[in-house]
Design a protein around this ligand. Sequence first.
Ligand code: HEM
Ligand code: HEM
Length: 178
Amino acid sequence: MPGSGPHKYTRLAMLLHWGMAALVCTLFAIGWYMVDLPKGPARGETFALHKSLGLSAFLLLVWRLAWRLRHPAPTLPVSVPTWQARLAHGVHWAFYGLLGLQPLTGYLSSSFSGYSTRFFGLPLPQWGHADPPLNQFFTELHVAGSLALLALLAVHLIGTLSHLLQPGENLLRRMLPW
Ligand code: HEM
Ligand code: HEM
């Protein structure tokens, strides 16, 4: 129902949103950097960091989704056209879906790489085995997922920033504590 109800996200929603945004940007930076490193200890350590942070993103997503399913988003101003509200909601749920799939394809690609997967040093059950075609398949899905996330982020940013230009529609403020 547009126009009624709270007009801002709660502090916890903001913390989870900006924490996730920072983590996802870091994962992109490390992901792109590490794939060009030559084989050696630096490459191994950077991959391990990417995997640990990526698994943390999954835990953060579970927390965020559990919270979100019990707390509806604040209502949008009535002046926001219906198609834009639908697009925004579609992008938000697509984010949740992709942020669930991305750690999964990463974990599967890692499981079939022949290396053990660790969470900040803690070895995870090693049920996979070295299988180059499967490793390649999940790696391709992982790369495709990262490109899809980038596309969503572009729509998300254009949407948010374009509303800064509309009087009374500063949607960014809904996600900022001040
Ligand atoms: C939301 C979470 C994640 C994001 C946004 C993310 C993003 C990325 C990006 C941008 C790359 C570089 C892809 C390229 O070559 O262009 C990458 C590579 C990679 N990621 Fe992730 N990642 C995430 C989670 C994970 C997890 C949880 C694991 C494993 C446990 C993982 C394992 C890998 C591996 C092994 C590669 C290298 C693939 C290759 O050999 O080319 N990622 N990731
Ligand atoms: C990778 C980075 C990001 C991800 C994954 C992400 C994801 C999301 C998701 C899933 C929501 C919906 C929250 C809900 O109702 O469940 C949301 C809302 C929002 N995001 Fe982001 N976001 C990112 C970066 C950003 C950035 C950089 C900005 C600022 C320019 C931003 C501004 C907002 C705003 C203002 C809302 C609230 C929209 C509304 O008023 O309804 N986000 N974001």
